[in-house]
Design a protein around this ligand. Structure first.
Ligand code: UD1
Ligand code: CA
Length: 458
């Protein structure tokens, strides 16, 4: 097995994106394009990956961290000039070098494997991954000689009308003999419409030197989509979304309407879970088996157990157990731990709070900075008063407590095990075990009072 090296081109600003965010950092299904690319390359077991950085270099490096070596391209003088920046790291190495653009987020390991296999089998010095495009505008075109072999690549902007009619395009992914690549790069000029050093010119240079050039055509144009503007970005998003959704469906997840279901690449879902329309699952989220999620739920960075139902609700950075029932219209804010068999009903907001097994807050509550024990019932409209305008305080509600409707629990405060709080109470002191706390004004009935202020004319 030959050594494999990889170069990722990621130094461009991406002018056509019209964005302050560097192009390769634009997310597709929540993950930056360049990270999709490196994830797929990592599946190839390369000796070394070198990412060419320029615009936003620090940000790209921070995103990819130690997964790649880096070479800085100070001025973006073209794709050939970009690869030359890796010279000090790769020159002289025996093996083949894969070059991939950081703006082709849909490329897959299996396709790069097939490219490398084709390269080795044909004994070529350079193998281009090509595809047939219905609308080839903007892509370099593959120009073949009378014998059908590739003679060169012409960029769209430099192409004649006849060349523009060619539908076979350069996907921007190549496999080169590493030494031949760096030798040929020395001869690339910038004599073209854009005044740039084009990597595709290496093909013509190697061909002129009598070397074998080969091309591997993939049947999946989708996978090779180059994202240069926001229209292509949305196209990449649509394709990636369909790919992710299909993987989940094949693994036993029901997705009622895949066109309106948005699942990130790092989400895991157990079998027989049903995802209803309008659902967005993002970040590092895991959902267990036999759950019903949605319609219209947004869950990010959460771990959810089995048989849990989350309808029309949002949940962030929290743990949610099994057999839990959430929603409709609940808001689970970060650092919450909702244990098994809990019910969080409509218009309930939970923040940095733990709910023990079997507890319920069924309607219209705010439970923030709280520890709620097991089997607790929090009545409609009850609130933990956790904030004095400066600091946040903890409310403790122990096991088997019953909080009557419309109560305020002014933190820091503890309601001890088995206690009852009467409806409408404002609790400021600890409630002892099994006690009933009533903290509201007594009712006074003023007989005939209405008659007195609004006398009836007889
Ligand atoms: C390039 C190819 C074209 C191919 C298409 C496939 C060239 C000249 N053209 O065109 O044949 O069909 O990709 O998507 O190579 N970059 C740098 N430094 C630079 C210039 C670019 O790192 O100086 C990076 C960009 O960040 C980008 C990648 O190289 O990730 C490709 O550059 P881009 O300008 O998008 O090339 P295309 O015009 O799409
Ligand atoms: Ca491009």
């Amino acid at each position: 097995m030959t050594n494999i090296y990889a170069v990722i081109l990621a130094a461009g600003q991406g002018t056509r994106m019209k964005s302050k965010l560097y192009k390769v950092l634009h997310p597709v299904c929540g993950k930056p394009m360049v990270e999709h690319v490196i994830d797929q390359i990592t599946g190839l077991h390369t000796e070394q990956i070198v990412t060419i950085v320029g615009h936003g270099a620090e940000k790209v490096k921070a995103q990819l961290g130690g997964r790649s070596a880096y070479a800085l391209q100070e001025k973006q003088l073209g794709t050939a000039h970009a690869v030359i920046q890796a010279q000090s790291i790769l020159e002289g190495k025996e093996g083949c070098t894969l070059v991939v653009c950081g703006d082709t987020p849909l490329i897959q390991t299996s396709t790069m494997e097939a490219l490398i296999k084709h390269h080795e089998e044909t004994g070529a010095k350079a193998t281009i991954l090509t595809a047939r495009a219905d609308k080839p505008d903007g892509y370099g075109r593959i120009i073949r000689g009378a014998d059908g072999s590739v003679s060169r690549i012409v960029e769209h902007k430099d192409a004649t009308d006849e060349e523009r009619a060619v539908k076979e395009i350069n996907t921007g992914t190549y496999c080169f003999d590493n030494k031949a690549l760096f030798d040929a790069l020395k001869n690339v000029s910038n004599d073209n419409v854009q005044g740039e050093y084009y990597l595709p010119d290496v093909i013509e240079i190697l061909k002129a030197a009598g070397e074998t050039i080969s091309a591997h055509q993939t049947d999946s144009f989708d996978e090779t989509l180059g994202v240069n503007d926001r229209v292509a970005l949305s196209e990449a998003e649509r394709i990636m979304r369909a790919r992710i959704n299909e993987q989940h469906m094949r693994a036993g997840v029901s997705i009622i309407d895949p066109l309106h279901t948005y699942i990130g690449p790092n989400v895991e879902i157990g079998p027989d879970t049903v995802i209803q329309p309008g659902t967005v699952l993002s970040g590092k989220t895991t959902i267990g088996a036999d759950c019903v999620i949605g319609p219209n739920s947004e869950i990010s960075d959460c771990a959810v157990g089995d048989r849990t139902v989350i309808r029309q609700s949002t949940a962030f950075n929290s743990e949610i157990g099994s057999d839990v029932n959430i929603g409709p219209f609940a808001h689970i804010r970060p650092k919450s731990a909702i244990h098994d068999e809990v019910k969080i009903g409509n218009f309930v907001e939970v923040k940095n709070a733990a709910f023990g097994k079997g507890s319920k807050a069924s309607h219209l509550s705010y439970i923030g900075d709280a520890e709620v024990g097991t089997n607790v019932n929090i009545g409609c409209g009850s609130i933990t008063v956790n904030y004095d305008g400066k600091n946040k305080f903890l409310t403790k509600i122990e096991d088997d407590v019953f909080i009557g409707c419309n109560s305020n629990l002014v933190a820091p405060v503890t309601v001890k095990k088995g206690a009852y709080v009467a409806a409408g109470s404002t609790i400021t002191d600890e409630v002892p075990e099994e006690a009933l706390a009533i903290a509201r004004a007594r009712q006074v009935n003023k007989e005939n009072y209405v008659q007195k202020i609004f006398p009836k004319n007889d």
